[in-house]
Ligand binder design. Structure first.
Ligand SMILES: NC(=O)c1ccc[n+]([C@@H]2O[C@H](COP(=O)([O-])OP(=O)(O)OC[C@H]3O[C@@H](n4cnc5c(N)ncnc54)[C@H](O)[C@@H]3O)[C@@H](O)[C@H]2O)c1
Length: 349
């Protein structure tokens, strides 16, 4: 960047489903994306037209462009590793959609490479920027000491058939390309949120169920943290429709209990089109209170943080190390099907 106010040149790689959220967020935040890339030329053209960028069909067209200082990687999960490595080698700052990669070993290598290059690397765990989930984080001290917490997600789906989002035959449902089913696609967000709130868990117990394609579709885990805090993570798919306060297909609930109060946050869709809600019930208060009544886009906020982070030379969102830790825990959780817990969690970073 040439001046304190200038925005880094940004290129987007991957113009599928999530790119619409990201380009919508960028537009809301006043962030300009100057080049977009997709191997599907039609998709690239559509995205380019939507944001006034130039379109290319090969990522090299972005990595080789010296005006592009930062890249947003929104590719299928199995393409994150090589794209992010190439971006770092080309000296670009990186915003990478979740999960970081499809294995803890690759994520560790990537996190080490990012450290070595000193580039800013932010993960696309946008729930940290959702005002309801952020409100819980901001008030944890008020209810401390913390005793128990739970993160629960229920979505309408067919437990027999579905392991993840997307149409049958897409990479989303192919465990080799996605790295896993519901737990990887959606549980990765909850694990990032859990560590955002409470730090790194020390051990975990639990179990998961898999569908006919090998994709996990429901699970219950109990994490133990230093100091004795216990956090439950429960995810389920159900054929029931009309979930939660919005009667949608998605219900996400975070509850944190402390000696001095209780915090809750509820989400009704992953895109954030339906405002999530948070409330606090404090020991020294006079009853439960809504923590906020406004709404701003989580996509805009996470991209604002990325651009500001590039300006400051440090990551202001979920870091590449956070991305590695989520993938490490996911690898451990996948082993739980065969092993009864507890599994001790021993991080390399
Ligand atoms: N943050 C969230 O809540 C969230 C939600 C959905 C998806 N995601 C993540 O975003 C990523 C993309 O998911 P999606 O649902 O948008 O997938 P998608 O399949 O809709 O889009 C991926 C795009 O990448 C293109 N592509 C594939 N290989 C390419 C290559 N080598 N070069 C250029 N283009 C290539 C495809 O043509 C496609 O348009 C995944 O990592 C996914 O986990 C995140």
């Amino acid at each position: 960047m040439t001046s304190a106010d200038a925005q880094p040149g940004i290129g987007l790689i991957g113009c599928g489903v999530i790119s619409e959220c990201l380009l919508g967020g960028a537009s809301l935040a006043g962030i300009r994306v100057s080049a977009v890339c997709d191997s599907d030329r039609e998709r690239a053209g559509r995205a380019a037209a939507a944001c006034g960028a130039r379109a290319v069909s090969e990522a090299g067209g972005i990595f080789g462009d010296s005006a592009i200082e930062a890249v947003i990687i929104a590719l299928p999960n199995d393409a994150h590793y090589s794209a992010a490595m190439e971006a770092l080698a080309a000296g670009k700052h990186v915003f990478c959609e979740k999960p970081l990669t499809t294995s803890a070993a690759d994520s560790l290598a990537l996190a080490r490479k990012a450290r070595e290059t000193g580039r800013v690397f932010q993960m696309g765990y946008m729930k940290r920027f959702n005002p309801a989930f952020a409100a819980v984080k901001a008030r944890l001290e008020q209810i401390a000491p913390l005793t128990t917490a739970s993160l629960r997600l229920t979505v309408s789906g067919d437990p027999k058939l579905e392991g993840g989002p997307g149409t049958p035959g897409s990479w989303h449902s192919d465990i080799q390309r996605s790295g896993g089913g519901f737990l990887v696609h959606s549980g990765s967000h909850l694990l990032d949120l859990m560590m955002f709130y409470f730090g790194r868990p020390e051990a975990v117990w639990g179990s998961l169920k898999r569908d006919v394609n090998g994709n996990e579709y429901s699970n219950s885990f109990l994490f133990r943290f230093e100091g004795g805090l216990q956090v439950a993570l429960q995810m389920a798919q159900t054929r029931a429709q009309g979930l939660g306060y919005a009667g949608s297909v998605w219900e996400e609930i975070v509850e944190v209990n402390g000696v001095n109060g209780r915090l809750t946050a509820r989400g009704a869709d992953w895109m954030g089109k339906i405002p999530a809600r948070a409330s606090a019930h404090l020991a020294d208060g006079d009853g439960p209170k809504d923590l906020f009544t406004y709404w701003e886009s989580q996509w805009a906020e996470e991209l604002k943080a990325f651009v500001e982070g590039v300006r400051q030379g440090r990551c202001l969102g979920s870091t590449v190390e956070d991305g590695y830790r989520v993938d490490y825990i996911l690898d451990q959780l996948k082993r739980l099907e065969a092993e009864a817990g507890p599994v001790r969690l021993e991080y390399a970073l």
